[in-house]
Design a protein around this ligand. Structure first.
Ligand SMILES: Nc1ncnc2c1ncn2[C@@H]1O[C@H](COP(=O)(O)OP(=O)(O)OP(=O)(O)O)[C@@H](O)[C@H]1O
Ligand SMILES: [Mg+2]
Length: 361
């Protein structure tokens, strides 16, 4: 169902990357791409312009929507978030526009809708691409007239709204397919803020990881946790199809599983430790797949020159282990290290005994 939130503590956007205020969710990002977004947000927030937030799932659309609200003159007013994908189609209109008593069976009282509740504030229409066509017509009418009419009611009520919409679909394609009204699209798309995928701003991974580690460990009363360098190397190499949300969940997973003060590679979710997934990396949009020869490792989009020493070491150990079918003694001999050292490195890089026991291809 629709979620509603009243005024919340303003997140402070830190130009330098990260602020110290951990009481409410801050927005972290030192990459030029995020710095550009922050500048855009500060510029657009004080205006009443409608904003369309686009970007993959987990890129921070809702966080930015709240920030737009909190940096606007409406900050003291309500922020009403409505997830269009979560409301059953038959209820969408009564939820949004409210109803008069007797408008339909079961309407025993007059009720305001979410649009009215957002009066003097911001309405965040999340997953706007899921809005049914007939509702789109009504929404457009409301936006153009500045008035809302409850279902079954003859009086129109004036509303003062700022609309922020979000979508992780290509809304232009929805317009082309006639699933989204073109007029509403232009009405919403006054300013578009396109949030980049996390893999397109890899510089932010370390910063975000540390930020989440601090926040989560403080919440759990386990201050002072740190990442082992090999764990950080894995975090920095992964692709994050689920973007910042996936990174946040990975850190939570690690804090839950980790014992002691150091987060080790084995504490991270398997997806991050599985090198096969790394090979499937897609290059950032607009960038051609780099033309490194597709050798044994074939890490498309992740040029070896960009790897850290720990990454190269991990990859090499894995290759040698495979070559020796998981036989640590002969792998250690080829690597010129003792078997104990190999075990230690394997543990540090999340290539533990269990994996060796699975049998190597
Ligand atoms: N730049 C950031 N700094 C700190 N936390 C972030 C940042 N971006 C996203 N997050 C966190 O990641 C999670 C996902 O963000 P959010 O819900 O805003 O994404 P979304 O784009 O709305 O995703 P979806 O399309 O799946 O709804 C949230 O917990 C949010 O606080
Ligand atoms: Mg969202």
């Amino acid at each position: 169902m629709a979620q509603m939130t009243g005024a919340v503590r303003p997140p402070r956007i830190s130009q330098a990357g990260m602020s110290r205020d951990l009481l409410y969710k801050d927005i972290v990002g030192a990459s030029p791409k995020m710095q550009r977004i922050f500048r855009l947000v500060s510029k657009v927030a004080p205006t009443d312009s409608t904003v369309l937030l686009t970007g993959e799932s987990g890129t921070g659309k809702e966080l930015i929507a709240r920030s737009l609200h909190l940096q606007s003159r409406r900050a003291q007013g309500p922020f009403v978030a409505v997830n269009m994908g979560a409301i059953p189609e038959t209820l969408v209109e009564s939820e949004l526009f409210g109803y008069a008593r007797g408008a339909f069976t079961g309407a025993t009282v007059d009720r305001s809708g979410l649009v009215e509740e957002a009066d003097h504030g911001t309405i965040f229409l999340d997953e706007i691409g899921d809005m049914p066509l007939h509702t789109q017509v009504k929404l457009l009418r409301t936006l153009e007239s500045g008035e809302v009419r409850r279902l079954g009611d003859s009086t129109a009520r004036v509303v003062d709204l700022r609309v922020v919409a979000a979508t992780n679909r290509e809304l232009r394609a929805e317009v082309a397919a006639r699933r989204f009204r073109e007029d509403l699209f232009y009405r919403l798309n006054v300013v578009e803020i396109a949030l980049p995928a996390l893999r397109e701003r890899r510089e932010d991974i370390g910063l975000l990881a540390s930020y989440f580690l601090t926040r989560i460990s403080e919440r759990r009363g386990r201050r002072g946790l740190r990442f082992a360098p090999a764990a950080m190397a894995l975090l920095e190499r992964y692709d994050y199809p689920g973007n910042v949300r996936e990174l946040e969940n990975a850190i939570e997973h690690a804090v839950t599983l980790g014992e002691g003060r150091i987060i080790r590679p084995t504490d991270l979710p398997t997806a991050l430790r599985e090198p096969r997934l790394l090979a499937a990396r897609t290059p950032p949009a607009g960038e051609p797949a780099h033309d490194e020869p597709r050798g044994a490792a074939a890490h498309a989009g992740s040029p070896r020159e960009a790897w850290s020493l720990a990454e190269v070491e991990r990859e090499h150990i894995l290759t040698v282990l495979k070559r020796h079918r998981g036989n640590a003694s002969s792998a250690a001999r080829q690597l010129g290290i003792s078997r104990t050292t190999l075990w230690r490195k394997m543990r540090a890089y999340g290539l533990g005994r269990a994996r060796a026991g699975e049998g190597w291809p």
